[in-house]
Design a binder for this molecule. Structure first.
Ligand code: SF4
Length: 222
């Protein structure tokens, strides 16, 4: 089968003949038919496979029009921001693609020596985590004996946390233990979880040690 179904040859009287043998009328009537035949054939994957540059039908020949028109979300983003996967202590780096101030895709950052562009299934689902309509975006507080959660603004919540840390430190303070000077607080303990990476754990250890706490742990599978 010829690859080109367009009118290339001519009859003795000068009328054009398409490669499928149809005579093309000067007024374009047959030409219109030829174009329709060509369009129909081109839409047929087997025809494209047999006549094009993809004889095994594993590339261009097998692509539908919808696939041809599909454009990656990463290609149409306005900007790309760097981030870190929030799920586990591996700390894989991410590229966050933003369009019209909305996150449209999150992928592994190829520049990162940790994950070199890859993300595990959890990290690959980060976009759903960030953009989920059920995501809680305010501080929730349930006061003692309260039965309902209350929304707090962040400044108020931070003040309350600071007050509680200072009070717990003071109440649990030990200057001596068994006659030995210890200068520590037993009122504060820290148990980190899997979302903390090395740098965060380093800072937390510094903070709690500076406060005088000695019960500082991390468990990467929590
Ligand atoms: S959850 Fe997966 S993608 Fe995220 S930091 Fe851990 S290993 Fe990397």
């Amino acid at each position: 089968m010829s690859r080109d179904c367009g009118a290339k040859h001519r009859t003795e009287d000068g009328r054009r003949v398409g490669s499928l043998g149809a005579v093309v009328a000067p007024d374009g009537g047959a030409g219109g038919n030829m174009i329709r035949v060509k369009t129909w054939l081109d839409s047929w994957p087997v025809y494209r496979q047999l006549t094009g540059s993809d004889p095994f039908g594993r590339g261009k020949a097998a692509r539908s029009k919808a696939t041809e028109a599909t454009v990656s979300r990463t290609a149409t983003a306005d900007r790309v921001l760097k981030s870190v996967c929030p799920f586990c202590a591996v700390g894989c780096a991410q590229n966050v693609y933003v369009k019209d101030e909305k996150i449209v895709q999150i992928e592994g950052d190829p520049d990162s020596p940790i994950n070199r562009g890859r993300l595990c299934p959890k990290g690959s689902a980060s976009k759903q985590l960030v953009t989920s309509p059920t995501r809680v975006t305010t501080v929730k507080y349930r006061r003692p004996y309260g039965t309902e959660w209350e929304d707090l603004d962040l400044d108020t919540a931070m003040e309350m946390i600071a007050d509680r840390v200072l009070e717990a430190r003071r109440k649990g303070w030990q200057e001596e233990d068994g006659g030995k000077r210890v200068n520590r607080t037993m009122g504060i303990a820290s148990l980190g979880g899997a979302t903390l990476d090395n740098e965060e754990n380093y800072l937390m250890k510094k903070l709690y040690s500076a406060l005088g706490a000695i019960q500082i742990e991390n468990q990467a599978r929590i």
